[in-house]
Write a protein that binds this ligand. Structure first.
Ligand SMILES: [Zn+2]
Ligand SMILES: [Zn+2]
Length: 644
């Protein structure tokens, strides 16, 4: 007999060699139906995996993130089978999962077109309906290499795979090299759709052949697929490049591909964020500096960027001296640190910089404000002693969450990346630092994912991801420990025992890039910025030109109260003026006519709301000022309105 321990701690006796599927059946028929994979002693595997001895078993369904991945990856197999059935000359390359779906890279001379998607989906439905089992078979590396000797892509995949046994999965006639695991049968790949096709080089290498990358998505139920497609439609409507143009926020020009021009309306948003960012950083004990963007090439040799990052850097020279345009702010920060002596007494030293950096990106990956070649990073460097790391990390986490929440991001997740194989620094300092990161996260009671061995060669890191209102995940902030740069730059401090020591350096960014963050905000809000960020907060709409004078008087009073407002004194009808202001996403519209003038009031309409109310000018101003100070997204509550 085998003894199985379930996640809730209960135990189950089963015949030795029973499969995970049989365990699921014992727990309940419903679970067995929903199951797509299992975790045996923490390892994700097929439901058909036999269990012997003592084992911890967890049944995985598509409701688990890992189950969803197994389902999507299996769907990629079904798509590959369908493509091979339609184009038998297809050579398959690889088919991993991505956020919200999967892709498969195929080598096929005939281009696959969007008009082919329906055919492919139809074939996939046939395969799914046949509900053929995914059957795993294993062989030695040598056997696998011999079997696939004629296939350069699969041979390459085998050479990149770890371990001595290589596995294949077949669904009837179709077979593909794969490590697995997979759903038990082709009927369990969910509700799917082919999304797009794009060119992609083999391993991203432009010297290699251009392949076709076919993207698909799949969801446990039809309803979830539908909701996802609706979210995508909504994302299209919220495209920051379109809204950016409508609201006159920013532009791009051929004169500088990847370099954003931020317009006056965009700068209002930018400056509001900066002002808020500064006030929070001041409260958290940061000082702010600014360092040059052009610095001697030698500095970048010293920092290690020359050896590791040169391809992404811009260079210039004058007076026979070579310079680099900074891709990061750290070396400049180190030079400022070195301008005077430091003592442990002044640690932790928190130094922030809104640094303008330039990083060359391939033109193919540029996308509005999301991917640019020049951006402003909300950077900071913290210099401290090893025993201060944990408290500093806690401080950065608190600051980060406070900033995110102010923009309405409530759904975040965190990833911790640990020591990679190639690294500098002693195992001891790695352990101290990684433990400090873990302890800080535990202290804040934050769940996080661990990416083992994924840290930078110079130190472990934490990444912050937020979900916007369309459930899209964005990596924004990062906290990175650095055991390399302080030594490279000879940074020291005098410790308690009067000896000179090397400080710990923590790099951190919260919003990441201002340009990108503003792009994300545009889509998150769909252009309906909260009051404190809205470029135009109030528009005053006189009913006719007889009320233009009163409208001007209201404008003056609101401007004196520092509200961003203007009058629409065009000779259009009031209905058209209101519609335009709604369309231009102005939070408040104040309709004024002879009656309002006589009583010293305004008739307030609120963006996205049909109702209106009459409020005294002073009362309106005070309430709106308070809302701006609170950075609230609530436009409607709190007005004491006048009833006639
Ligand atoms: Zn597979
Ligand atoms: Zn840095």
């Amino acid at each position: 007999m085998a003894e199985v321990t379930l996640p809730d701690g209960s135990r189950l006796e089963i015949a030795d060699g029973s499969t995970a599927k049989e365990v699921a059946e014992k727990i309940g028929h419903k679970l067995a139906e929903a199951a797509v994979a299992a975790k045996i002693n923490g390892r994700l595997c097929d439901l058909s995996t036999p269990i012997s001895g003592k084992a911890a078993v967890e049944i995985i369904t598509p409701q688990d993130p890992e189950g969803l991945e197994v389902m999507r990856h299996s769907c990629a197999h079904v798509m590959a089978e369908a493509i091979c059935a339609l184009w038998p000359e297809t050579k398959l390359v690889y088919g991993p999962t991505v956020e919200d779906g999967f892709y498969y890279d195929v080598d096929l001379d005939e281009p696959i077109r969007p008009s082919d998607f329906e055919r492919i989906e139809q074939k996939m439905r046939e395969i799914a309906e046949a509900d053929r089992p995914f059957v795993r078979r294993q062989m030695s590396r040598a056997e696998a290499l011999e079997k696939l000797a004629a296939d350069k892509y699969k041979t390459d995949n085998i050479n990149r795979a770890k371990g001595d046994t290589i596995s294949f999965y077949s669904t009837g006639e179709f077979e593909d090299l794969c490590r697995g695991p997979h759903v038990p049968s082709t009927g369990k790949v969910g509700s799917f759709k082919i999304m797009s096709v794009a060119g992609a080089y083999w391993h991203g290498d432009p010297t290699q052949k251009m392949l076709q990358r076919v993207y698909g998505t799949s969801w446990p139920r039809e309803k979830e697929l539908k909701e996802y497609l609706e979210r995508l439609e909504e994302a299209k409507r919220r495209d920051h490049r379109v809204i950016g143009k409508q609201m006159d926020l920013f532009s791009f020009n051929e004169a500088g591909p990847g370099f954003a021009f931020i317009h006056a309306n965009g700068m209002i948003i930018w400056n509001a964020i900066v002002e808020f960012w500064r006030s929070v950083h001041e409260r958290y004990g940061y000082k702010e500096i600014r360092t040059p963007i052009i610095l001697d090439e030698q500095l970048w040799h010293r920092s290690g960027h020359w050896d590791n990052y040169k391809e992404n850097m811009y260079f210039t020279s004058f007076d026979e001296r070579g310079y680099a345009i900074k891709p990061m702010n750290c070396p400049g920060g180190c030079l400022v640190y070195k301008t005077r002596k430091h003592s442990y007494r002044e640690f932790p030293l928190r130094v922030a910089e809104l640094g303008l950096v330039h990083r060359h990106e391939a033109s193919g990956v540029m996308h509005g404000l999301f991917r640019v070649r020049q951006f402003t990073q909300d950077d900071a460097h913290i210099f401290c002693t090893p025993d201060q790391i944990e408290a500093e990390i806690i401080g950065v986490i608190e600051l980060t969450f406070e900033l995110y929440k102010a923009f309405g991001f409530e759904d975040f997740h965190i990833e911790l990346s640990t020591k990679p194989e190639k690294h500098i620094g002693s195992d001891e300092i790695w352990e101290v630092a990684t433990n400090a990161l873990r302890e800080a996260l535990a202290h804040k009671q934050i769940d996080y994912k661990v990416n083992e061995g994924d840290g930078a060669f110079y130190g472990p890191k934490i990444d912050f991801h937020v979900r916007d209102c369309l459930k899209r995940s964005w990596q924004l902030g990062t906290i990175q420990l650095d055991f390399s740069m302080p030594e490279r730059f000879g940074l020291v401090y005098t410790d308690r025992d009067n000896t000179e020591k090397t400080p710990v350096m923590i790099h951190r960014a919260v919003l990441g890039s201002f340009e990108r963050f503003i792009g994300i905000l545009i889509e998150h809000y769909g252009g309906n910025f909260p009051l404190w960020l809205a470029p135009e907060q109030v528009r005053i709409l006189p009913i006719s030109d007889k009320s233009n004078d009163y409208a001007a008087q209201v404008e003056e009073e609101l401007k004196a109260g520092r509200l961003r407002c203007r009058c629409d004194c065009s000779d259009e009808k009031i209905g058209a003026k209101i519609a335009r202001a709604h369309g231009e996403r102005v939070p408040y519209m104040l309709v004024v006519g002879p009656r309002e003038a006589r009583l010293g009031v305004v008739n307030v309409r609120i963006r996205g709301d049909r109702a209106n109310m009459t409020v005294e000018i002073d009362e309106f101003l005070r309430t709106v000022q308070q809302k701006i100070a609170d950075r609230t997204t609530d436009l409607s509550s709190g007005f004491a309105f006048v009833v006639f």
